[in-house]
Design a protein around this ligand. Structure first.
Ligand SMILES: Cc1ncc(COP(=O)(O)O)c(C=O)c1O
Length: 398
Protein backbone atom coordinates (compact mmCIF):
# COMPACT_ATOMS: atom_id res chain seq x y z
CA UNK A 1 0.00 0.00 0.00
CA UNK A 2 1.38 3.47 -0.80
CA UNK A 3 2.28 5.91 1.96
CA UNK A 4 -0.81 7.55 3.44
CA UNK A 5 -0.04 10.93 1.91
CA UNK A 6 -0.04 9.33 -1.54
CA UNK A 7 -3.54 7.92 -1.16
CA UNK A 8 -6.44 9.80 -2.72
CA UNK A 9 -8.86 11.85 -0.61
CA UNK A 10 -11.72 9.35 -0.97
CA UNK A 11 -9.45 6.51 0.18
CA UNK A 12 -8.14 8.44 3.18
CA UNK A 13 -11.71 9.40 4.11
CA UNK A 14 -12.45 5.68 4.50
CA UNK A 15 -9.22 4.44 6.12
CA UNK A 16 -7.21 7.20 7.71
CA UNK A 17 -6.50 7.04 11.44
CA UNK A 18 -7.74 3.50 11.95
CA UNK A 19 -6.05 0.10 11.66
CA UNK A 20 -8.42 -2.84 12.17
CA UNK A 21 -5.47 -4.88 13.49
CA UNK A 22 -5.64 -2.73 16.64
CA UNK A 23 -9.24 -3.82 17.33
CA UNK A 24 -9.46 -7.60 16.83
CA UNK A 25 -9.81 -7.08 13.08
CA UNK A 26 -13.07 -5.15 13.47
CA UNK A 27 -13.79 -3.37 10.18
CA UNK A 28 -15.23 -0.40 12.06
CA UNK A 29 -13.65 1.25 15.08
CA UNK A 30 -15.07 0.39 18.49
CA UNK A 31 -17.08 2.99 20.40
CA UNK A 32 -15.32 3.37 23.73
CA UNK A 33 -18.22 4.23 26.05
CA UNK A 34 -16.18 5.23 29.06
CA UNK A 35 -15.80 8.40 31.06
CA UNK A 36 -12.46 7.53 32.63
CA UNK A 37 -9.34 5.40 32.12
CA UNK A 38 -7.54 3.21 34.69
CA UNK A 39 -3.86 3.58 35.56
CA UNK A 40 -1.42 0.72 36.28
CA UNK A 41 0.13 2.83 39.01
CA UNK A 42 0.01 6.25 40.65
CA UNK A 43 3.18 7.12 38.74
CA UNK A 44 1.55 6.29 35.40
CA UNK A 45 -1.48 8.42 36.26
CA UNK A 46 0.76 11.34 37.21
CA UNK A 47 2.72 11.03 33.96
CA UNK A 48 -0.46 11.10 31.89
CA UNK A 49 -1.73 14.15 33.71
CA UNK A 50 1.56 15.97 33.23
CA UNK A 51 1.80 14.95 29.58
CA UNK A 52 5.10 13.09 30.17
CA UNK A 53 3.59 9.88 28.79
CA UNK A 54 0.87 9.50 26.17
CA UNK A 55 -2.44 7.84 26.92
CA UNK A 56 -5.98 8.72 27.85
CA UNK A 57 -6.86 9.71 31.39
CA UNK A 58 -10.31 11.31 31.41
CA UNK A 59 -13.07 11.54 28.82
CA UNK A 60 -13.29 15.34 28.82
CA UNK A 61 -9.80 15.44 27.28
CA UNK A 62 -9.70 12.47 24.90
CA UNK A 63 -11.14 9.06 24.03
CA UNK A 64 -9.86 6.37 21.61
CA UNK A 65 -12.86 6.68 19.24
CA UNK A 66 -12.50 10.46 19.24
CA UNK A 67 -8.77 10.01 18.62
CA UNK A 68 -9.40 8.11 15.36
CA UNK A 69 -11.77 10.85 14.19
CA UNK A 70 -9.23 13.55 15.04
CA UNK A 71 -6.51 11.78 13.07
CA UNK A 72 -8.82 11.40 10.09
CA UNK A 73 -9.88 15.05 10.17
CA UNK A 74 -6.28 16.24 10.44
CA UNK A 75 -5.30 14.06 7.50
CA UNK A 76 -8.16 15.27 5.28
CA UNK A 77 -7.59 18.94 6.15
CA UNK A 78 -3.82 18.41 5.68
CA UNK A 79 -3.08 19.72 9.16
CA UNK A 80 -0.82 18.34 11.88
CA UNK A 81 -3.51 17.56 14.46
CA UNK A 82 -7.24 17.66 15.05
CA UNK A 83 -9.64 18.08 17.94
CA UNK A 84 -13.24 16.91 17.87
CA UNK A 85 -15.78 18.78 20.00
CA UNK A 86 -19.42 18.61 21.10
CA UNK A 87 -20.56 21.25 18.59
CA UNK A 88 -19.31 23.77 16.07
CA UNK A 89 -19.80 26.50 18.68
CA UNK A 90 -17.81 24.30 21.09
CA UNK A 91 -14.96 24.21 18.54
CA UNK A 92 -15.07 27.97 17.97
CA UNK A 93 -15.37 28.96 21.64
CA UNK A 94 -12.72 26.45 22.84
CA UNK A 95 -10.34 27.87 20.22
CA UNK A 96 -10.97 31.53 21.05
CA UNK A 97 -10.83 31.11 24.84
CA UNK A 98 -7.41 29.50 24.34
CA UNK A 99 -5.93 32.08 21.98
CA UNK A 100 -7.22 35.49 23.03
CA UNK A 101 -6.72 37.58 26.19
CA UNK A 102 -8.20 40.90 27.35
CA UNK A 103 -6.73 43.73 25.30
CA UNK A 104 -6.34 41.62 22.15
CA UNK A 105 -8.08 42.58 18.95
CA UNK A 106 -10.05 40.16 16.75
CA UNK A 107 -10.78 41.17 13.17
CA UNK A 108 -13.81 39.47 11.65
CA UNK A 109 -15.30 39.46 8.16
CA UNK A 110 -18.50 41.44 7.72
CA UNK A 111 -20.82 38.43 7.70
CA UNK A 112 -20.54 35.19 9.64
CA UNK A 113 -22.88 32.56 11.10
CA UNK A 114 -25.31 34.19 13.57
CA UNK A 115 -24.19 32.43 16.77
CA UNK A 116 -20.51 33.02 15.95
CA UNK A 117 -21.41 36.69 15.52
CA UNK A 118 -23.18 36.61 18.89
CA UNK A 119 -20.13 34.93 20.46
CA UNK A 120 -17.96 37.79 19.17
CA UNK A 121 -20.39 40.57 20.08
CA UNK A 122 -21.70 39.31 23.42
CA UNK A 123 -19.01 36.82 24.48
CA UNK A 124 -15.56 38.11 23.56
CA UNK A 125 -16.47 41.79 23.97
CA UNK A 126 -17.83 41.12 27.48
CA UNK A 127 -14.38 39.94 28.53
CA UNK A 128 -12.37 42.90 27.27
CA UNK A 129 -11.50 41.64 23.82
CA UNK A 130 -11.84 44.18 21.03
CA UNK A 131 -13.79 42.90 18.02
CA UNK A 132 -14.14 44.85 14.78
CA UNK A 133 -15.46 43.95 11.34
CA UNK A 134 -14.25 44.60 7.80
CA UNK A 135 -15.28 43.50 4.34
CA UNK A 136 -12.66 40.85 3.58
CA UNK A 137 -13.43 40.95 -0.14
CA UNK A 138 -11.91 44.43 -0.01
CA UNK A 139 -8.24 43.81 0.77
CA UNK A 140 -7.34 47.44 1.41
CA UNK A 141 -10.20 47.65 3.94
CA UNK A 142 -8.86 44.48 5.57
CA UNK A 143 -5.27 45.83 5.66
CA UNK A 144 -6.42 49.13 7.16
CA UNK A 145 -8.40 47.30 9.87
CA UNK A 146 -5.40 45.26 11.15
CA UNK A 147 -3.96 46.68 14.37
CA UNK A 148 -0.83 46.25 16.47
CA UNK A 149 -2.86 44.16 18.98
CA UNK A 150 -4.65 42.01 16.37
CA UNK A 151 -4.46 38.38 17.49
CA UNK A 152 -6.98 36.67 15.22
CA UNK A 153 -8.35 37.22 11.72
CA UNK A 154 -11.58 35.23 11.40
CA UNK A 155 -13.84 34.44 8.44
CA UNK A 156 -15.89 31.89 6.51
CA UNK A 157 -15.79 31.14 2.78
CA UNK A 158 -18.24 30.92 1.15
CA UNK A 159 -19.86 33.12 3.74
CA UNK A 160 -23.03 32.02 5.58
CA UNK A 161 -25.55 33.15 4.32
CA UNK A 162 -24.44 35.69 1.69
CA UNK A 163 -22.27 33.23 -0.31
CA UNK A 164 -19.49 35.80 -0.78
CA UNK A 165 -16.24 34.00 -1.63
CA UNK A 166 -13.13 35.20 0.23
CA UNK A 167 -9.57 34.74 -1.02
CA UNK A 168 -8.00 32.53 1.66
CA UNK A 169 -4.44 32.72 0.30
CA UNK A 170 -4.51 36.49 -0.23
CA UNK A 171 -6.06 37.15 3.21
CA UNK A 172 -3.43 34.91 4.85
CA UNK A 173 -0.51 36.60 3.05
CA UNK A 174 -1.83 40.06 3.82
CA UNK A 175 -2.37 39.24 7.49
CA UNK A 176 1.05 37.62 7.93
CA UNK A 177 2.77 40.54 6.20
CA UNK A 178 1.28 42.72 8.97
CA UNK A 179 2.29 40.36 11.79
CA UNK A 180 3.28 36.69 11.51
CA UNK A 181 1.87 35.96 14.98
CA UNK A 182 -1.75 36.68 14.00
CA UNK A 183 -3.77 33.48 13.79
CA UNK A 184 -5.80 33.20 10.58
CA UNK A 185 -8.86 31.13 11.48
CA UNK A 186 -11.42 29.99 8.93
CA UNK A 187 -14.72 28.18 9.38
CA UNK A 188 -14.65 25.51 6.66
CA UNK A 189 -18.11 24.10 7.42
CA UNK A 190 -19.64 25.03 4.05
CA UNK A 191 -16.94 23.28 2.00
CA UNK A 192 -15.43 20.52 4.12
CA UNK A 193 -11.94 19.38 3.14
CA UNK A 194 -13.51 17.55 0.19
CA UNK A 195 -13.90 20.93 -1.56
CA UNK A 196 -11.41 23.26 0.16
CA UNK A 197 -8.30 22.85 2.31
CA UNK A 198 -7.51 26.26 3.85
CA UNK A 199 -4.39 25.09 5.76
CA UNK A 200 -2.67 24.50 2.41
CA UNK A 201 -3.50 28.11 1.47
CA UNK A 202 -1.88 29.75 4.48
CA UNK A 203 -4.59 29.64 7.17
CA UNK A 204 -3.46 28.57 10.66
CA UNK A 205 -6.60 26.97 12.06
CA UNK A 206 -9.71 25.46 10.52
CA UNK A 207 -12.91 25.13 12.56
CA UNK A 208 -16.00 23.12 11.64
CA UNK A 209 -19.55 22.50 12.55
CA UNK A 210 -19.33 18.72 12.05
CA UNK A 211 -23.09 18.72 12.58
CA UNK A 212 -23.31 19.57 8.88
CA UNK A 213 -21.63 17.81 5.94
CA UNK A 214 -19.05 15.88 7.97
CA UNK A 215 -21.75 14.05 9.91
CA UNK A 216 -23.98 14.41 6.89
CA UNK A 217 -27.23 12.88 8.13
CA UNK A 218 -28.77 15.44 10.48
CA UNK A 219 -28.58 13.09 13.45
CA UNK A 220 -25.95 14.69 15.68
CA UNK A 221 -24.32 17.91 16.88
CA UNK A 222 -20.50 18.08 16.78
CA UNK A 223 -17.54 20.25 15.85
CA UNK A 224 -13.85 20.13 15.03
CA UNK A 225 -10.64 22.16 15.02
CA UNK A 226 -7.56 21.36 12.91
CA UNK A 227 -4.16 23.09 12.94
CA UNK A 228 -0.59 22.83 14.23
CA UNK A 229 -0.12 20.11 16.85
CA UNK A 230 1.09 22.54 19.52
CA UNK A 231 -1.94 24.85 19.17
CA UNK A 232 -4.39 21.95 19.09
CA UNK A 233 -2.85 20.56 22.27
CA UNK A 234 -3.27 23.96 23.95
CA UNK A 235 -6.91 24.12 22.85
CA UNK A 236 -7.50 20.58 24.14
CA UNK A 237 -5.82 21.12 27.51
CA UNK A 238 -7.22 24.60 28.21
CA UNK A 239 -10.07 25.76 25.94
CA UNK A 240 -11.77 22.37 25.91
CA UNK A 241 -10.73 20.90 29.25
CA UNK A 242 -11.10 23.98 31.46
CA UNK A 243 -13.11 26.63 29.64
CA UNK A 244 -15.93 25.02 27.65
CA UNK A 245 -15.91 21.30 28.52
CA UNK A 246 -17.45 20.86 25.06
CA UNK A 247 -16.26 17.27 24.64
CA UNK A 248 -17.70 15.09 21.88
CA UNK A 249 -19.48 11.90 22.92
CA UNK A 250 -17.79 8.68 21.72
CA UNK A 251 -20.93 7.64 19.86
CA UNK A 252 -21.02 10.91 17.92
CA UNK A 253 -17.32 10.53 17.10
CA UNK A 254 -18.18 7.13 15.61
CA UNK A 255 -21.14 8.54 13.64
CA UNK A 256 -18.96 11.27 12.13
CA UNK A 257 -16.32 8.71 11.18
CA UNK A 258 -19.10 6.80 9.42
CA UNK A 259 -20.34 9.98 7.75
CA UNK A 260 -16.88 10.93 6.49
CA UNK A 261 -16.54 7.61 4.68
CA UNK A 262 -19.05 8.89 2.09
CA UNK A 263 -18.09 12.57 2.30
CA UNK A 264 -16.64 12.92 -1.18
CA UNK A 265 -19.51 11.05 -2.83
CA UNK A 266 -22.06 13.12 -0.97
CA UNK A 267 -20.32 16.43 -1.71
CA UNK A 268 -20.26 15.60 -5.42
CA UNK A 269 -24.02 15.03 -5.40
CA UNK A 270 -24.69 18.10 -3.21
CA UNK A 271 -22.72 20.17 -5.75
CA UNK A 272 -24.55 18.69 -8.76
CA UNK A 273 -28.00 19.24 -7.27
CA UNK A 274 -27.18 22.79 -6.21
CA UNK A 275 -26.06 23.67 -9.71
CA UNK A 276 -29.38 22.58 -11.20
CA UNK A 277 -31.36 24.45 -8.51
CA UNK A 278 -29.29 27.60 -9.10
CA UNK A 279 -30.05 27.54 -12.80
CA UNK A 280 -33.78 27.28 -12.12
CA UNK A 281 -33.69 30.15 -9.62
CA UNK A 282 -31.48 32.29 -11.83
CA UNK A 283 -34.04 32.47 -14.62
CA UNK A 284 -37.21 32.41 -12.49
CA UNK A 285 -39.36 35.58 -12.68
CA UNK A 286 -40.23 35.51 -8.95
CA UNK A 287 -36.55 35.49 -7.96
CA UNK A 288 -34.33 38.56 -7.67
CA UNK A 289 -30.64 38.03 -6.96
CA UNK A 290 -29.15 34.52 -6.71
CA UNK A 291 -26.00 34.09 -4.63
CA UNK A 292 -24.10 30.98 -5.71
CA UNK A 293 -20.47 30.94 -6.91
CA UNK A 294 -21.21 28.27 -9.50
CA UNK A 295 -23.01 30.81 -11.68
CA UNK A 296 -20.60 32.36 -14.20
CA UNK A 297 -22.17 35.76 -13.48
CA UNK A 298 -21.47 35.49 -9.72
CA UNK A 299 -18.84 37.91 -8.46
CA UNK A 300 -17.04 35.07 -6.65
CA UNK A 301 -17.06 32.63 -9.58
CA UNK A 302 -13.43 32.95 -10.75
CA UNK A 303 -12.04 32.83 -7.22
CA UNK A 304 -14.22 29.85 -6.32
CA UNK A 305 -13.04 28.05 -9.45
CA UNK A 306 -9.43 28.48 -8.31
CA UNK A 307 -9.94 27.92 -4.59
CA UNK A 308 -12.60 25.21 -4.38
CA UNK A 309 -12.91 21.74 -5.91
CA UNK A 310 -16.64 22.31 -6.54
CA UNK A 311 -19.09 25.11 -5.84
CA UNK A 312 -20.69 23.52 -2.79
CA UNK A 313 -24.18 22.59 -1.73
CA UNK A 314 -25.44 25.98 -0.53
CA UNK A 315 -27.35 28.67 -2.34
CA UNK A 316 -29.05 31.89 -1.26
CA UNK A 317 -31.51 34.04 -3.18
CA UNK A 318 -33.83 37.00 -2.77
CA UNK A 319 -37.52 37.00 -3.63
CA UNK A 320 -38.72 39.95 -5.66
CA UNK A 321 -41.76 40.25 -3.43
CA UNK A 322 -39.61 40.79 -0.34
CA UNK A 323 -40.30 39.32 3.08
CA UNK A 324 -43.88 38.37 2.22
CA UNK A 325 -42.78 36.66 -0.98
CA UNK A 326 -40.14 34.70 0.95
CA UNK A 327 -42.56 33.64 3.70
CA UNK A 328 -45.29 32.58 1.26
CA UNK A 329 -42.87 30.62 -0.84
CA UNK A 330 -41.36 28.80 2.15
CA UNK A 331 -44.80 27.93 3.53
CA UNK A 332 -45.93 26.41 0.21
CA UNK A 333 -43.09 23.87 0.01
CA UNK A 334 -44.15 20.23 0.33
CA UNK A 335 -40.98 18.14 0.01
CA UNK A 336 -38.25 20.57 1.01
CA UNK A 337 -38.02 20.91 4.79
CA UNK A 338 -38.31 24.28 6.50
CA UNK A 339 -35.40 23.86 8.93
CA UNK A 340 -32.11 25.46 9.88
CA UNK A 341 -28.83 23.48 9.72
CA UNK A 342 -27.32 22.32 6.45
CA UNK A 343 -25.36 19.55 4.80
CA UNK A 344 -27.96 16.87 5.43
CA UNK A 345 -29.40 14.30 3.02
CA UNK A 346 -32.70 16.24 3.09
CA UNK A 347 -32.99 19.56 1.25
CA UNK A 348 -33.42 22.26 3.92
CA UNK A 349 -34.64 25.80 3.48
CA UNK A 350 -34.65 28.68 5.96
CA UNK A 351 -35.03 32.43 6.34
CA UNK A 352 -31.73 33.78 7.77
CA UNK A 353 -33.08 37.17 8.94
CA UNK A 354 -35.60 35.53 11.28
CA UNK A 355 -33.71 32.30 11.99
CA UNK A 356 -29.92 31.62 11.78
CA UNK A 357 -28.96 35.30 11.63
CA UNK A 358 -31.62 36.71 13.98
CA UNK A 359 -28.76 37.38 16.43
CA UNK A 360 -27.98 40.42 14.26
CA UNK A 361 -30.14 43.50 14.95
CA UNK A 362 -32.22 44.72 11.95
CA UNK A 363 -29.65 47.52 11.46
CA UNK A 364 -26.78 45.03 11.56
CA UNK A 365 -28.65 42.74 9.15
CA UNK A 366 -28.98 45.60 6.68
CA UNK A 367 -25.30 46.45 7.09
CA UNK A 368 -24.22 42.79 6.79
CA UNK A 369 -26.35 42.15 3.68
CA UNK A 370 -28.89 39.83 5.29
CA UNK A 371 -32.06 41.16 3.69
CA UNK A 372 -35.61 40.26 4.76
CA UNK A 373 -36.21 38.71 1.33
CA UNK A 374 -33.16 36.41 1.56
CA UNK A 375 -33.75 32.65 1.62
CA UNK A 376 -31.07 29.98 2.09
CA UNK A 377 -31.19 26.46 0.67
CA UNK A 378 -29.01 23.51 1.58
CA UNK A 379 -29.45 21.15 -1.36
CA UNK A 380 -29.95 17.57 -0.22
CA UNK A 381 -29.32 14.25 -1.90
CA UNK A 382 -32.85 13.61 -3.20
CA UNK A 383 -33.50 13.39 -6.94
CA UNK A 384 -32.93 16.92 -8.18
CA UNK A 385 -36.03 16.68 -10.40
CA UNK A 386 -38.17 16.33 -7.27
CA UNK A 387 -36.44 19.23 -5.52
CA UNK A 388 -36.89 21.46 -8.58
CA UNK A 389 -40.56 20.47 -8.95
CA UNK A 390 -41.24 21.43 -5.34
CA UNK A 391 -39.48 24.78 -5.76
CA UNK A 392 -41.34 25.48 -9.00
CA UNK A 393 -44.79 24.87 -7.49
CA UNK A 394 -43.90 27.04 -4.47
CA UNK A 395 -42.51 29.88 -6.62
CA UNK A 396 -45.16 29.75 -9.35
CA UNK A 397 -48.22 30.16 -7.18
CA UNK A 398 -46.98 33.56 -6.03
C1 LIG B 1 -20.88 28.10 9.29
C2 LIG B 1 -21.26 27.60 10.65
N1 LIG B 1 -20.33 27.58 11.62
C3 LIG B 1 -20.60 27.13 12.86
C4 LIG B 1 -21.88 26.71 13.20
C5 LIG B 1 -22.15 26.23 14.60
O1 LIG B 1 -22.18 24.85 14.61
P1 LIG B 1 -23.03 23.96 15.68
O2 LIG B 1 -24.48 24.20 15.40
O3 LIG B 1 -22.58 22.56 15.38
O4 LIG B 1 -22.63 24.42 17.03
C6 LIG B 1 -22.87 26.70 12.23
C7 LIG B 1 -24.23 26.23 12.56
O5 LIG B 1 -25.16 26.39 11.81
C8 LIG B 1 -22.56 27.17 10.92
O6 LIG B 1 -23.49 27.22 9.94
Amino acid sequence: MPENNKLAFATRAVHSGYDSADSHGALNPPIYMTSTFCFDSVEQGAERFSGESPGHFYGRISNPTQDILEKRLADLEEGEAGLATASGMGAISSTFWTIVSPGDHVLVDKTIYGCTFSFMEHGLKKFGIEVTYADFTNHSELAAALKSNTKVVYFESPVNPSMRVLDIAAISVLTKSHNTDIQVIIDNTYCTPALQRPLTMGADIVVHSATKYLGGHGDLIAGAVVGRAEVIQQIRLFGLKDMTGAVISPINAFLILRGIKTLQLRMERHCQNTHVIAQLLDQHPAVGKVFYPGLKTDVGHDLATRQMDGFGGMIAFELKEGFEGATNMLNRLKLIKRAVSLGDTETLIQHPASMTHSTYTPEQQAEHRISRSLVRISAGLESVADIVADLEQALLEG
